[in-house]
Design a binder for this molecule. Structure first.
Ligand code: UDX
Length: 451
């Protein structure tokens, strides 16, 4: 997020210096490489390094000496109790404070990280002031949450739908507006706490939309309808909107679950009872269990069966596996006694790291495949977990190589023409095909070597 944000500013004509706290990432960036799969990001990095507007510095001191506004893009991982872990943030703020103490320049410190309402003013400001031994007007703080999504980071930073800044003075507002001048977007001004709440409210609403359509998908299956057709009609009401109404195995990613949990916990701390928000994570977990049940219904008991899971990232377009629904699905399939073969065009290594034991052991009956054709060979069912384009065609050679040509399409990624092909049995989550299917032997007629 920090890299994309910095490059976005550079692209808009702002001179940017960047400091990365992680040594391995720092090294990669110094060599012009990015450490995540993000379309367009390496090219933007090259372009802005060449333009001279984006430079990396090796220390906090240099960062502070060469800047007037510092954007903090530090991680806020989730804690077991649902709250966010503010230790990396505090650590960064302390180190920044030390550097600010030595500097004679005035600074505006802007929190870009997702932090619960009240953090910028209640924690960042006092901690910074204490460590830097100074306060306003030499040191002021603001919040400026980031709304970029993985897979579309570059577009999101260059052309955001809105920029939200939380400031305590018109002077800071002016400074932030000046930085965003080259970015074609409305700037919405609130207090720091209000800006922080916008971020949580936005992610919670998006998670709510996804969970909502996932529940509609369960209805669609039960009544024999098609969730996409229903969602398309529902979404035509502009009050509802058509985006984020695509049913799937449940939302994943580093933000939705973490943010919803943190908002709920913050609500409880404030004496609130946010029942809608409280229901989101349980509804999402239900949906993943439901997706697993759809697989079970399609092939019957999984013991001894071979399951191919296509797409391991939390969505197509990224190599991020954090909270990917592939994790609980694969774990459940292994527990049920299945043999599981995995493919993802870019997330295979991240998934291996996520599923292996601390000592590096990978569960037995699990195989990582470089090609989808290898993953589906001999499988009783292929499960499309992330809608990567390479799965859409599902070529006949793949179905021929399967023990049973059953495809459970959790994202309805395969186009109509493929779904209707006689050489495969297509079961789409949220469609009648997923509701009616009971353990069947139909697909198994095509066992290899048998007519
Ligand atoms: C999200 C927000 O979109 C972004 O604005 C915020 O800054 C960070 O969190 P991201 O986590 O990258 O971004 O992914 P997003 O595209 O929002 O998807 C989250 C999850 O919801 C994915 O697992 C995705 O597959 C799922 N999803 C999304 C659906 O199942 N259906 C949809 O219609 C949309």
């Amino acid at each position: 997020m920090g890299l994309a944000t910095g490059l976005g500013f550079a692209h808009a004509g702002v001179r940017v210096v960047g400091y990365e706290v992680r040594a391995d990432v720092r090294l990669a960036l110094a060599r012009g490489r990015t450490t995540i799969h993000e379309p367009g990001l390496p090219a933007l990095l090259r372009q802005e390094v060449e333009s001279g507007r984006f430079r990396l510095v090796p220390t906090w001191d240099e960062l502070v000496e060469q800047s007037e506004v510092v954007f903090l893009c530090l991680p806020t991982p989730r804690r077991a109790d649902g709250r966010i872990d503010l230790r990396p943030m505090e650590q960064g703020v302390r180190e920044l404070g030390q550097a600010l103490k030595k500097s004679r320049r005035a600074h505006l410190v802007v929190v870009k990280s997702t932090v619960v309402p009240g953090t910028t003013e209640g924690l960042v400001r006092p901690l910074l002031e204490r460590v830097a031994r100074t306060g306003a007007p030499r040191l002021t703080v603001a919040a400026n949450p980031e709304f970029l999504a993985e897979g579309s980071m570059v577009r999101d930073v260059l052309r955001p739908e809105r920029v939200v800044v939380g400031v305590t003075s018109t002077q800071d507002e002016r400074r932030l507006r000046a930085i965003y001048r080259g970015i074609p977007s409305p700037v919405i001004v609130l207090s720091p706490t209000g800006a922080e709440l916008v971020k949580y409210a936005s992610n919670a609403f998006l998670a709510l939309k996804v969970s909502f359509v996932n529940e509609v998908a369960r209805f669609a299956e039960a009544v024999g309808s098609d969730v996409d057709a229903v969602a398309a009609a529902v979404g035509r009401d502009s009050r509802i909107g058509s985006k984020f109404l695509s049913a799937g195995p449940g939302f994943g990613g580093s933000c939705f679950e973490k943010d919803v949990r943190a908002l709920v916990a913050r609500g409880h701390d404030l004496g609130l009872r946010p029942r809608l928000l409280e229901s989101l994570v349980p509804s999402n977990e239900d949906q993943t269990r439901h997706a697993f049940a759809v697989i079970g219904r399609a092939v019957g008991p999984l013991r001894g069966r071979r399951v191919a899971v296509l797409g391991l990232a939390f969505k197509a377009g990224t190599d991020d596996v954090r909270e990917s629904r592939a994790l609980p699905l694969v774990t459940a399939a292994l527990r049920a006694g299945a043999e599981v073969r995995l493919h993802d065009p870019v997330a295979l290594e991240n998934f291996r790291r996520a599923i292996q034991s601390p000592s590096g052991r990978v569960p037995r009956r699990l195989r990582f495949c470089e090609r989808p054709s290898e993953a589906v060979r001999g499988a009783d069912v292929a499960v499309v977990q992330a809608a990567w384009p390479e799965y859409r065609r599902f070529p006949p050679a793949w179905t021929r190589s399967m023990r049973s040509p059953t495809v459970v399409d959790l994202r309805r990624a395969l186009p109509e023409a493929v779904r209707r092909r006689p050489d495969l049995r297509w079961i789409g989550l949220g469609t009648a095909s997923a509701g009616e299917n009971r353990p069947s032997t139909r697909g198994r007629r095509r066992r290899r070597g048998r007519p």
